[in-house]
Design a protein around this ligand. Structure first.
Ligand SMILES: NC(=O)c1ccc[n+]([C@@H]2O[C@H](COP(=O)([O-])OP(=O)(O)OC[C@H]3O[C@@H](n4cnc5c(N)ncnc54)[C@H](O)[C@@H]3O)[C@@H](O)[C@H]2O)c1
Ligand SMILES: [Zn+2]
Ligand SMILES: [Zn+2]
Length: 351
């Protein structure tokens, strides 16, 4: 089969590799129908994720049709079309029993992490994929939800919802700010709407992106490079700051922006993947009763979000900006890597 193989920092190739085979009785093999590229894949290609070694097939999102099932699989069958979660859950370890699938201890991720596709094992940017712990890690694609919409459920919608909105504890009437209007920030904006906030302020350096955020439910847009960006945000509150600030970029400056605009007793929910330490001015902050949260997505709300997408209650199709065939994945990476110019959000690769 063909697959997108990581060759070391800055290098990748679409090339022939052996077909995957069942290795454990809980595995299935799927033929990919649609997959996509994540910002995290770009981090890997920069060499920021050293656990990914040359030879690894990238990708952790997508929808496929089952072609083979392991001996222990009883609730899935050949021909079923399934959404692959970016988190693989054994369903048996102590973390899985708590619903913290992101830290699944299953044998495959010996390091104790549920994100293994395109990281610790071969991923989804391929014609076929071996899916471990299939019964506890995939979701049947309901009628009416297309494979490309299914791709939005593998990672970004659960990430924005669980690590942004739920950890941020958004409630009716809240004023919410989301820093970063890439796919993950937009997913936080879209799912925040499910909880009835009074305002959702999108903040990004790119005015195109903050304007586009209105399609996902943002009520206000602020350009983060404006000198008075903070005054603009405070003017949209009662002057005291936002109830919930969601960080969806992953650099120290944007975490600080969230701390700067949150009101006493508010929440800062960090979603961004950080590569550098962030300074925390506890000498000033200790008195402010702020809750700060962070984490890796569990995809424990994937099934709920899937129902909302199936009922057209979330603007899932608005995330899809470009479509390619799987064989044109090198071109798709180029378009996705130049998102500011190309306005790329999710680029879909159809088999
Ligand atoms: N916690 C998790 O489980 C999890 C899962 C998936 C992705 N992530 C992370 O979420 C983050 C966002 O992902 P994405 O795919 O949307 O990324 P992205 O790169 O597509 O989007 C980031 C956005 O932030 C904006 N931005 C950059 N610097 C800014 C600044 N100083 N002020 C305001 N805006 C700024 C950019 O213009 C861009 O629109 C990444 O760090 C990604 O790795 C986390
Ligand atoms: Zn991802
Ligand atoms: Zn587990």
């Amino acid at each position: 089969m063909k697959a997108l193989v990581y060759k070391g920092p800055g290098e990748k190739s679409w090339e022939d590799v052996p077909d995957p085979t069942i290795q454990h009785p809980t595995d299935i093999i799927v033929k990919m129908d649609a997959t996509t590229i994540c910002g995290t894949d770009l981090h890997i290609l920069k060499g920021d994720v050293p656990a990914v070694t040359p030879g690894r097939i990238l990708g952790h999102e997508g929808v496929g049709t089952i072609t083979e099932i392991g001996a222990a699989v009883t609730t899935l069958k050949v021909g079923d079309q399934v959404i692959l979660s970016c988190i693989s859950a054994c369903g048996k370890c102590s973390y899985c029993k708590q619903g913290v699938f992101s830290h699944c201890l299953g044998e495959e991720g010996a390091s104790g992490i549920g994100w293994i596709f395109g990281h610790l094992i071969d991923g989804t940017q391929a014609e076929y994929v071996r899916v471990p712990y299939a019964e506890t890690s995939v979701y049947l694609l309901p009628k009416g939800v297309t494979p490309e919409l299914g791709c939005v459920l593998s990672d970004i919608l659960p990430t924005g919802h669980e690590i942004g909105v739920q950890y941020g504890a958004i409630k009716a009437g809240d004023v919410v700010a989301v820093v970063g209007a890439g796919p993950v920030g937009l997913a936080a904006i879209a799912t925040a709407g499910l909880y009835g906030p009074s305002r959702i302020i999108s903040i990004d350096l790119d005015a195109n992106r903050t304007e586009a955020a209105k399609k996902f439910g943002a009520t206000d847009a602020v350009v983060g490079s404006d000198k008075d960006w903070k005054q603009q945000v405070l003017a949209l509150t009662d002057g005291l700051g936002v109830d919930v600030a969601i960080e969806a970029v992953g650099v120290p400056a944007t975490f600080q922006m969230c701390v700067d605009i949150v009101r006493p007793a508010g929440h800062v929910a960090n979603v961004g993947v950080h590569g550098k330490p962030v300074e925390l001015a506890l000498q000033d902050l200790w008195i402010s009763n702020i809750t700060m949260t962070m984490g890796l997505v569990n995809t424990n709300t994937l099934g709920t979000l899937l129902k909302m997408v199936a009922q057209d209650k979330l603007p899932a199709s608005a995330f899809i900006s470009h479509r390619f065939t799987l064989a044109d994945i090198m071109e798709a990476y180029d378009v996705f890597g130049r998102a500011a110019e190309t306005k790329a959000l999710k680029v879909i690769l159809n088999a």
